[in-house]
Design a protein around this ligand. Structure first.
Ligand SMILES: NC(=O)C1=CN([C@@H]2O[C@H](COP(=O)(O)OP(=O)(O)OC[C@H]3O[C@@H](n4cnc5c(N)ncnc54)[C@H](O)[C@@H]3O)[C@@H](O)[C@H]2O)C=CC1
Ligand SMILES: CC(=O)[C@H](N)C(=O)O
Length: 368
C-alpha cells in the first residue's frame, strides 16, 4: 500500500505541472484567481507544512511558492528527500510526535501558519493502530499547543473518513452523525473537535476542511480512494486496471488543484466570514465503472476488471458518504470547484504522460 515510495514520482517538477495546470486553467481561470489572491494579500503568510512529502504536501508547497514567494514555505517530513527535487524547498526533518521540535521549527523560521498534513491514511492506519493514534491524534495535541503558544493559524485537514455507516451517506451535510469505524476516522473526528475546542477556549485560529478522495499526479499514501489515482498510471502503462473496489462503489472525489484552492482561499478568508471551523468541500462523485467510462473517452481500449476486491477497503468505502453537501463553504467563503470528472481525466493524462513516457524512453535508451 505504500506504493508511492517505490514508484514513479513527478520528476520534472511541478513546475511543468504548474505550467500545464496553468494552460488548462486558462479555461476555468483558477490560476488568475490564485494570482489575484496573492496580490491582494498585504501580509504574506509564512507557512510550515508537516508531512509535506506526501500526496498533498508537494502540491501545496508549490502553490504557496507560486503565490507568496520561495521563502514563504518551510517543508518538513520524516523521510529523506531527493536534494534535486524541484518541487521541494526549505526542507528539513520534523517528527510531529516531538512537540519541542515543532516549536523550534516554528520559532526558527518565524512561522505564522501551520498546515498539518502528517497522517496515516485509512488503509495503512488499520495496519498499525497505535502508530495511527500517535501520528493522527497525539501529534495534533502538540500542533495545537504550539499554535496556542505562538498564536499561529493552523489548518488540519479532515476527510470523508470522519463519517461512518450510521451517517446519512447521500449528500452528507456538515453537521450530522459521525461514528466512523476506522482508526483514521476516529482520530480525524478527534482533530475536528479538539481544534474547535482550542478555537473556542483559547482563540486559536483553527481551520479544517473535510476533503473527499483527492486525485493528483502524485502517488497516494495508502488510502481507500487511492485506486482513483492508480487507475491513470495503469491506463498509461498497461491499458488495464485491476480495481480493489466493486464496480458500483460511489465515492466523492476532487482534483488536486481544487484541493489546493480550497486550502489557500479558506486560509485567506477573514475569521468573520466563517460560521464554522470545519467545512465539507467536494468536487464530484463517481464509481469505478464510471471513471473507466470517462477514461475510455481518451483511451477507447482501456479495460477495468474486478478480480482482487480488497475486503478492508471495500468495507471502509461502503461506510463513507457517496456525495458531500458543501453549500456552507460556498456561501461563507466563496468555495467552488473548477474541475469535473472529464476535465480531471484530461489533465491526469496530460500530466502523467509527461512523467511516465520520458522515463520509459530513458529506460529503453539505456537498455538499447
Ligand atoms: N489524499 C487524500 O485523498 C486525502 C487526504 N486527507 C488528509 O490530508 C493530509 C495529507 O494527506 P496525504 O498527503 O494524502 O497523505 P500521505 O500519506 O501521502 O502523506 C503523509 C505524510 O506524513 C508523513 N508522516 C508520517 N508520520 C510522520 C511523523 N511522525 N512526523 C512527520 N511526518 C510524518 C509521511 O512521511 C507522509 O509523507 C492527511 O492529514 C490526510 O488525512 C484528507 C482527505 C483526503
Ligand atoms: C479520503 C481519504 O481521506 C484518503 N484518501 C483515504 O482514502 O484514506
Amino acid at each position: 500500500m505504500n506504493a508511492r515510495r517505490g514508484l514513479l514520482f513527478p520528476s520534472q517538477a511541478i513546475r511543468r505541472g504548474i505550467e500545464r495546470r496553468g494552460q488548462h486553467m486558462m479555461r476555468t481561470d483558477p490560476l488568475t484567481r490564485f494570482r489575484a489572491l496573492a496580490e491582494s494579500t498585504v501580509i504574506k503568510p509564512k507557512t510550515l507544512i508537516t508531512g509535506s512529502l506526501g500526496q498533498l504536501g508537494r502540491g501545496l508547497g508549490t502553490m504557496l511558492r507560486f503565490m507568496y514567494g520561495e521563502e514563504s514555505v518551510v517543508m518538513t517530513d520524516i523521510v529523506k528527500c531527493d536534494p534535486n527535487a524541484p518541487d521541494v524547498v526549505n526542507y528539513s526533518f520534523l517528527d510531529v510526535t516531538n512537540e519541542r521540535a515543532i516549536e523550534e521549527a516554528v520559532v526558527n523560521n518565524n512561522i505564522d501558519t501551520l498546515v498539518h498534513f502528517s497522517a496515516l491514511l485509512s488503509a495503512v492506519g488499520e495496519q498499525n493502530v497505535p502508530l495511527a493514534i500517535e501520528v493522527n491524534a497525539n501529534a495534533s495535541n502538540k500542533i495545537l499547543e504550539v499554535a496556542r503558544k505562538h498564536r499561529l493559524k493552523v489548518f488540519i485537514p479532515s476527510t470523508i473518513g470522519a463519517f461512518g455507516p450510521t451517517t446519512p451517506l447521500e449528500m452528507t451535510p456538515d453537521l450530522t452523525i459521525q461514528r466512523p469505524r476506522t482508526i483514521y476516522g476516529v482520530t480525524k473526528v478527534y482533530n475536528e473537535l479538539l481544534g474547535e475546542y482550542y478555537a473556542e477556549r483559547f482563540g486559536v485560529d483553527f481551520r479544517c476542511l473535510r476533503f473527499p478522495g483527492i486525485i493528483s499526479a502524485t502517488k497516494p499514501g495508502g488510502g481507500t480512494t487511492d485506486y482513483a489515482i492508480q487507475i491513470f498510471y495503469d491506463a498509461i502503462l498497461h491499458g488495464h486496471h485491476k480495481c480493489y473496489l466493486e464496480p458500483n462503489t460511489r465515492l466523492p472525489m476532487m482534483y488536486d488543484t481544487d484541493c489546493m484552492a480550497a486550502i489557500v482561499f479558506f486560509l485567506a478568508a477573514q475569521q468573520e466570514q466563517l460560521s464554522m471551523r470545519t467545512y465539507n468541500v467536494t468536487g464530484f462523485s463517481f464509481t469505478p465503472d464510471e471513471i473507466a467510462t470517462a477514461i475510455r473517452k481518451v483511451m477507447p481500449d482501456f479495460k477495468i476488471t474486478y478480480e482482487n476486491i480488497c475486503p478492508i477497503r471495500q468495507k471502509i468505502a461502503n461506510s463513507w458518504p457517496k456525495a458531500l453537501a458543501d453549500e456552507n463553504a460556498r456561501r461563507d467563503w466563496g468555495w467552488h470547484n473548477d474541475f469535473d470528472l472529464d476535465s480531471t481525466v484530461q489533465i491526469m493524462f496530460a500530466l502523467l504522460e509527461s512523467q511516465i513516457r520520458p522515463a520509459e524512453q530513458t529506460i529503453a535508451h539505456q537498455s538499447a
